[in-house]
Write a protein that binds this ligand. Structure first.
Ligand code: ZN
Length: 207
């Protein structure tokens, strides 16, 4: 089954989600990582895309709230809110062995995406807010990023191609934490003070 995202009330089918690690200084500090010399990319396949936020049966999963972009004709065409779900304990084990992160980052349901809306405004004014059960837990925006979305897009294109409707996720600010069954997530994207798109999720459990 090919997974879809909503864009401007239509279903579209990204071939992949291109993600970047360590793009906000605040998050690098909270995980005790170092600032990378060049952007660290990883990919979530189409099979990782989900409209729902579901805890997998087999893992401790962290949320990472991210500004996500829909790419068309090689440029930013839409914006949405994304959760990059991460099995942090699995990732830690893989990292110490220097192994790839797919088991921690590319599992089914690991890219939870809001609907996307058309966007061609001033990218520097975009920010995100994630609230859980009414409390704001993550906030940050393009102004806080090490590499801007435009820079990330250019850099990624030096080694991969974006198909139309592919998604670019731009990293997470500080405040990551664990996903718990029954929690209510509200993800919002703002342009300045104006709400651009939002989505809420009730955390479900895998059957
Ligand atoms: Zn991330």
């Amino acid at each position: 089954m090919i997974r879809s995202v909503w864009f401007d009330t239509k279903e579209v089918y990204p071939s992949k989600v291109v993600c970047v690690a360590r793009n906000y200084l605040s998050h690098i500090k909270e995980l005790g990582n170092t600032v990378p010399e060049q952007a660290v990319f990883f990919i979530k396949p189409n099979s990782a895309i989900s409209h729902d936020l579901v805890l997998p049966a087999d893992g401790i999963v962290a949320y990472e709230a991210e500004i996500a972009f829909l790419i068309r004709d090689n440029v930013i065409f839409g914006v949405g809110f994304g959760l990059d779900l991460t099995k942090r304990d699995v990732q830690a084990a893989l990292k110490t062995k220097g192994l790839p992160w797919e088991r921690a980052k590319a599992f089914d349901g690991a890219a939870v995406l809001s609907p996307f809306v058309p966007f061609n405004g001033d990218i520097t004014g975009l920010s995100l807010r994630l609230s859980i059960n009414g409390d704001v837990v993550q906030q940050g925006g393009v102004a806080d990023m090490i590499n801007s979305p435009t820079t990330l897009l250019i850099e990624a294109k030096t080694f991969l191609s974006f198909e139309d409707n592919d998604i670019l996720m731009t990293g997470t600010p500080e405040g990551v934490g664990l996903v718990k069954a029954g929690d209510r997530f509200l993800g919002q994207i703002f342009q300045g003070d104006v709400l651009v798109v939002e989505q809420d999720w009730l955390v479900g459990t895998a059957v």
